[in-house]
Write a protein that binds this ligand. Sequence first.
Ligand SMILES: Nc1ncnc2c1ncn2[C@@H]1O[C@H](COP(=O)(O)OP(=O)(O)OP(=O)(O)O)[C@@H](O)[C@H]1O
Length: 276
Amino acid sequence: MQDRAETDRATRAGEAGGPATPPPAVRVQGLWKRFGEQTAVAGIDLQLPAGKFIGLVGPNGAGKTTTLSMVTGLLRPDQGTVEVAGHDVWRDPVEVKSRIGVLPEGLRLFERLSGRELLAYTGRLRGLPGSEVDKRATQLLDVLDLAGAQHKLVVDYSTGMRKKIGLAAALLHNPEVLFLDEPFEGVDPVSAQTIREVLERYTRSGATVVFSSHVMELVESLCDWVAVMAAGTIRAQGTLAEVRGEASSLQNAFLELVGAGSRTGGDSLDWLGGKR
Ligand SMILES: Nc1ncnc2c1ncn2[C@@H]1O[C@H](COP(=O)(O)OP(=O)(O)OP(=O)(O)O)[C@@H](O)[C@H]1O
C-alpha cells in the first residue's frame, strides 16, 4: 500500500513532467505564545525547506519546545500561523496530522501496553491495515534493537528504549515531516548511531526531519539546515554554512548568536574547588 505522504511526494515530482518545487516543510509567520507574564515565543517567522535534516537549537528556555508544540498542533498559539506541507495546522488539523510524525518532549506513552502492542495500536489509529502494521513493526523493532523487549510493558522500558519505541511509533505511517524533541537524549551511542542511519535514509527519500537539540556537534554533523533560537526569537536560520558564517564551529557561532560569547565560566564562584 502507498501512504498519503508517498503519493503526495510522487505527485509533486511527477506533475508537469519534472521535479516540481514542493512547499516548505514548515512555514511559521508571526507566532507568539505567552504563559502569564512569561513570553515563551515572541513573534517568530520560520521557513523550513522540505527534504532536509533540520536542527532547531537554542539554550535552555529559548522556546524550542513551545515552538515545536505549536507547529505540531499540540499547543494553540496566541497569534500567528503555521503551515506544514502547505496545510494550515489549526484550520486543517487532520490533513496536517496525517502527514507528520511527532516525538514530543516528556513522551507520554500508553504505559500498560507492550512495545509491540503500542506499535499495533498506533498503526491502526493511523489507518494502516493490520498486516502492514505487523510487517513495519517487526522491521522497526528489529532495526532499533527492541525485538528482545517487544513483549515487555512500556512502563518497564529505560529512557533510551522509550525514545526508540516513541520514534518507531512516529515513523510507522511513513510521515512526510518528522518532528523530534531531543531525540538523542538518554540514548546510548550504538542506538544513537542506528537512529542517525534510519533518519538519514528517511531524509534521502525526500522526507523532512526537524529536531531540537543542545548538542552542537551532533547538529553540525547531521543537519544541512539550522535555526537558532534564544529568548523566544529566531537569531539565525539557513544552511549550516550560512549560520556558521566566519566562526570556526557551529558551537562558536551559536555562542555569539545567543550572546553567551563573553560569559566568564563561573569566575565569581571563588569558593569552589581549591583549599577546603
Ligand atoms: N506551560 C508553561 N507554563 C509556564 N511557562 C512555560 C510553560 N512552558 C514553557 N514555559 C516557559 O517558556 C519558556 C520557553 O520554554 P521552552 O520549554 O519552550 O524552552 P526550550 O527551548 O525547549 O528549553 P529546554 O532546552 O530547556 O528544553 C521558558 O521560560 C519556560 O519556563
